[in-house]
Design a protein around this ligand. Structure first.
Ligand SMILES: NC(=O)c1ccc[n+]([C@@H]2O[C@H](COP(=O)([O-])OP(=O)(O)OC[C@H]3O[C@@H](n4cnc5c(N)ncnc54)[C@H](OP(=O)(O)O)[C@@H]3O)[C@@H](O)[C@H]2O)c1
Length: 259
């Protein structure tokens, strides 16, 4: 039996909700109390860590295990949400990875993996969840891109994938406007997260030094905060305060992209 969710809360899925920027977005949504939050990520370890950090409120979150780049996993997520809630009001495509290197260093496997997770994964998951989004009266998709979608540097596959995310956002916004589904991207500058540790490109110590050094280079004198800076913009775009905004790539980056 399909159980329709009767509460007025918006049903929102955040991919990568167990770490870094996704976790900040998830925390922000939980604080607003207007959202029923679902998180999708691959490892049980990251789910356990997020639950521990959240404490009691973790019980209200649906933590689903799956890989956004695997169509069967996305179908399972679709089935779960369909059965439990019957609709989806918000989709935040946040899960992502990075492997540093330009064309002289990066392997084809690293390139393919980056494009698969950072770009194709958002396409597959969005496609899988489209019918559920159509059931909402105010659906909003937010893709987490990067200031590197416009500014090369660091990782060639990452920059290219994120440029793709910006255009995916615009294409989806154009195509889905007939269903009144809004689609925008948020393009963050540097935020201290596990992304560089997960790739093995930096140790914890090196990452701390890198982020300290970045503070000096940012026009507004600091790096970003996942919950306050990124989470609040994502929440705004998901909310009914943003019902005339679609197809926008919104840079939240302390001014680094205009430096
Ligand atoms: N940190 C920055 O400075 C920065 C700046 C601009 C944009 N961004 C973007 O922000 C997003 C989040 O990055 P982050 O820095 O917060 O990284 P993070 O701390 O490493 O978090 C990544 C999250 O994504 C999940 N994930 C990774 N691959 C996945 C997959 N294939 N399927 C499902 N879940 C997956 C991870 O959990 P599991 O490992 O358990 O799957 C984790 O929850 C990314 O799109 C990134 O490009 C980050």
């Amino acid at each position: 039996m399909v159980l329709k969710y009767k509460m007025m809360k918006k049903i929102c899925l955040v991919t990568g909700g167990t770490s870094g920027i996704g976790f900040g977005i998830l925390q922000n949504l939980l604080e607003q109390k207007d959202y029923q939050v679902i998180s999708l990520s691959r490892s049980q370890t990251s789910i356990n860590a997020a639950k521990q950090k959240l404490g009691q409120i973790a019980a209200s979150v649906d933590f689903i295990q799956g890989d956004i780049s695997i169509p069967e996993d996305c179908q399972k997520v679709q089935a779960y949400i369909s059965q439990k809630y019957g609709r989806l009001d918000g989709l935040v495509n946040c899960a992502g990875i990075i492997k540093l290197g330009g064309i002289e260093k990066q392997t084809i496997d690293e390139w393919n993996n980056s494009i698969n997770v950072n770009l194709t994964g958002s396409f597959i998951l969005t496609q899988s969840l489209l019918d559920l989004l159509k059931q909402s009266s105010s659906a909003s998709i937010v893709n987490i891109s990067s200031m590197h979608s416009q500014k090369p540097g660091g990782s060639i596959s990452y920059c290219v994938a994120k440029a793709g995310v910006d255009m995916l956002t615009k294409c989806l916004a154009q195509e889905l406007s007939k269903y009144r589904i809004r689609v925008n991207s948020v393009n963050p500058g540097a935020v201290k997260t596990n992304i560089y540790l997960a790739s093995g490109d930096y140790t914890e110590e090196e990452l701390t030094r890198l982020m300290e050094a970045r503070k000096e280079t940012y026009p507004l004198g600091r790096i970003g905060d996942a919950k306050k800076d990124i989470g609040s913009m994502v929440e705004f775009l998901l909310s009914d305060k943003a019902t005339w905004i679609t197809g926008a790539n919104i840079f939240i980056d302390g001014g680094i992209s205009i430096k």
